[in-house]
Design a protein around this ligand. Structure first.
Ligand SMILES: [Zn+2]
Length: 82
């Protein structure tokens, strides 16, 4: 029953506290507050429940995508719908 207890505790237990997190790309350890992986320079977010860092959100990419669509729509309007 020790195994069952272990599984139950793992499911219901409080969120584990980590001293470090791992890079989602290269698995390198880094401090919890790091925003960039020291070895592969990828952006990382907070730590998840398995001790792995979440992938950082590329806000610039989102912004660039939205701006490209806006420019494209304006171009279509300008070129064909006048
Ligand atoms: Zn890395």
């Amino acid at each position: 029953m020790a195994l069952l207890d272990f599984i139950r505790r793992k499911k219901k237990g409080p969120k584990p506290v980590y001293q470090a997190k791992r890079c989602p790309e290269c698995n390198e350890n880094m401090p919890l507050k790091a925003v960039r992986c020291p070895s592969c320079k990828v952006r990382v977010g907070g730590v998840d429940r398995y001790g792995k860092a979440r992938k950082g959100i590329g806000w610039f990419s989102y912004l660039f995508c939205i701006l490209s669509w806006v420019a494209f729509i304006y171009y279509i309007k300008w070129a064909f719908l006048q």
